[in-house]
Design a protein around this ligand. Structure first.
Ligand SMILES: Cc1ncc(COP(=O)(O)O)c(C=O)c1O
Length: 390
């Protein structure tokens, strides 16, 4: 068995393995210091954007997944029943809301997560930012908010990355995580949509999401707390979906698990997703993942991995997946922007712990190599997924 960290160091080799896999499948892949945040007043002072090439003073070899404030953020505001028009970059800093802002009182807010990578030649690449824009639009509609157009969203993300380019890690050392937020920022007292909305994009350099690094995850199947229910907001990235499951996550982590796997809230029989990632099972040539029926977030990584797996000749099914089917699988893995493609080493359900195939034999390693290869510009992108920042 080969550790995931070793696999990561050997990415080039993995890409070669993926290359031969892709040929077998007949698919189309060609391989080729943290400072305190300034105040709002400081943030609003006039400034000149300095997006020079000098790298930020960061220990790039030890990036985790925690906030490292960068230089600039993007802000755009809009009144109720109006459209977003013009936003702008400002210095990264605290923002000011009325105590009765809808986001603070009623959780009227959604967010997104995207990543920018630095190519070996220095160019900066985004992965499918239009998909994040579309998901934000769907979420905004559900939460009674206006949303930026796809072009406005992608442009804001590009501007944020370009302005903070000294914070984009060197190739292979991590990425710049980009966090777009859409919030009801205006004041309300009774339950109602806010009179004003704020779209904000900030960024932070990140490495691995899990403290385990790239080692296989150990998941705990939660059957007391629910993440989402039918008719609720599980299918969008509502801010309010996340705090209610922190308790389950903290409890699982205190028992030594990496994360929590949630079940459907009605029968507690079907697998849904992990705290910030989608789940897949592998049995022989069949890859299955829970269908996105409103309670599961339709992940951009999930969709991309489904396409890559089908290109490689796997049979991929999106449908109900029972816990029993999961526990009987050869392999399980999680997908997400922050997580990447993470191999699952074990799943514990009630008092039973089941272990899965991991390491160089695992299917998810090949899928991950292709995904990362496209994201980093190592593999030709013939799907139009990668967007370069000029
Ligand atoms: C609940 C949940 N599921 C799945 C995902 C994975 O989605 P994506 O691949 O778009 O990052 C995320 C992260 O965005 C998430 O928060």
């Amino acid at each position: 068995m080969i550790s995931r960290s070793l696999r990561m160091r050997n990415l080039v080799e993995s890409v070669r393995v993926a290359s031969s896999l892709s040929k077998l499948g007949g698919c189309r892949y060609n391989f080729t210091s943290q400072a305190a945040a300034p105040s709002l007043q400081q943030a609003c002072e006039p400034f000149t954007i300095n997006s020079d090439d000098e790298s930020a003073d960061v220990d790039w070899d030890n990036l985790g997944f925690s906030l490292m404030p960068t230089d600039y953020m993007y802000v755009m505001k809009c009144a109720r029943e109006k459209n977003f028009e013009q936003g702008q970059l400002s210095r990264y800093g605290n923002i000011e809301f009325s105590p009765s802002a809808a986001i603070l009182n009623y959780g009227q807010g959604i967010f997104e997560g995207a990543k920018a990578c630095r190519k070996a030649d220095g160019r900066l690449l985004l992965f499918r930012p239009d998909q994040n824009a579309i998901r934000m639009q769907i979420g905004a509609e559900r939460m009674c908010m206006p949303s930026p157009s796809i072009d406005q969203f992608v442009d804001a993300v590009k501007q944020t990355v370009a302005a903070n380019k000294r914070w984009v890690p060197p190739p292979g050392k991590g990425s710049l995580y980009v966090r777009p937020l859409l919030m009801g920022s205006g004041p309300v007292l009774g339950i109602a949509p806010a009179p004003e909305f704020t779209f904000l994009v900030y960024a932070s350099p990140v490495g691995n999401y899990f403290k385990e690094g790239l080692a296989p995850l150990h998941l705990y199947v939660e059957d007391e707390f629910d993440r989402a229910s039918y008719g609720g907001t599980g299918g969008i990235k509502a801010i309010s979906n996340y705090a209610p499951v922190m308790k389950a996550q903290l409890r699982a982590k205190s028992r030594g698990f990496s994360d929590v796997l949630y079940l459907d809230s009605v029968k507690k029989r079907y697998v849904e997703e992990v705290s910030a990632s989608n789940i897949f099972t592998v049995k022989g040539n069949l890859i299955a993942t829970p269908a996105t029926n409103g309670t599961i977030l339709p992940g951009v990584t999930r969709r991309s991995i489904i396409e890559i797996a089908r290109d490689l000749g796997y049979q991929v099914e999106e449908r109900l997946v029972t816990v029993d089917e999961l526990l009987d699988a050869d392999e399980a893995f999680c997908t997400g922007t922050a997580v990447g493609v993470a191999s699952v080493g074990s799943i514990t359900y009630h008092n039973t712990r089941v272990e899965f195939r991991t390491g160089s034999e695992a299917v998810c390693g090949g899928l991950y190599s292709i995904l990362v290869g496209i994201q980093r510009g190592i593999i030709d992108d013939n799907k139009g997924w990668v967007v370069e920042i000029d």
